[in-house]
Design a protein around this ligand. Structure first.
Ligand code: ZN
Length: 201
């Protein structure tokens, strides 16, 4: 039987717990805090949220993010043209950060989730699944769509006095992407995936 060690976040007691059944949970014997939860249908759910996330991501990148109307002139921007505009203004660091945290990392995260989980759903292993799953945990830390969204909202409030802002379909898709990606992350049971793909030594 597979077991793992988990430190209680509340009282720091080290616990050894066995693999949790679907819907089951483990609590700290000393303080009663929740240690881990066996997510119900984790692989199916995470896969569904990842596919939904990827569709939203494609819409968020293919359509105009917002349009600005100023003195009869309409300017439309997409996510990638805004990165390009930053690059042309020699704001290389900001352009790189936006490209990494709002485009590259979320896309790679969703693709890796689908690459690892879709074959697993049918009892198969994708080639290189272990390094891919490790990479997935690293990429997750760089995916910050919500931070980007807050930045956009702050900019919108500031620009509202100067120009008429028309939110584009990509903005709505991007806003929806935030809860969908959070749902994919929270339904992912890493321990279950490691058990299925074989934990490296
Ligand atoms: Zn405890």
């Amino acid at each position: 039987m597979n077991s793992r060690l988990i430190v209680c976040r509340d009282c720091a007691l080290l616990n050894r717990i066995a693999h949790l059944p679907r819907g089951g949970s483990a609590r700290c014997p000393r303080c009663g805090a929740l240690l881990a939860r066996g997510v119900f249908d984790s692989i199916d759910r995470t896969l569904a949220f990842s596919l939904a996330g990827l569709s939203l991501f494609l819409v968020a990148n293919a359509f105009p993010f917002l349009a600005m109307r100023m003195q009869g002139l309409i300017t439309e921007t997409t996510l990638l043209t805004s990165v390009w505009a930053l690059y042309e203004q020699k704001r290389l660091l900001v352009a790189g950060l936006v490209l990494l945290t709002a485009v590259a990392a979320p896309l790679l995260y969703l693709l890796l989730l689908i690459y690892v989980l879709a074959p697993l759903r049918f009892g198969l292993h994708a080639p290189g699944v272990i390094p891919c799953f490790r990479l997935l945990r690293r990429v997750q830390a760089w995916s910050m769509v919500e931070v980007f969204m807050i930045g956009v909202l702050v900019a919108l409030v500031k620009l509202a006095d100067m120009a008429q802002i028309v939110p584009g379909i990509a903005l709505w898709a991007f806003a929806l992407l935030i809860p969908v990606m959070a749902a994919a992350t929270s339904s992912l049971d890493s321990e279950l995936v490691w058990d299925r793909i074989g934990r490296p030594a």
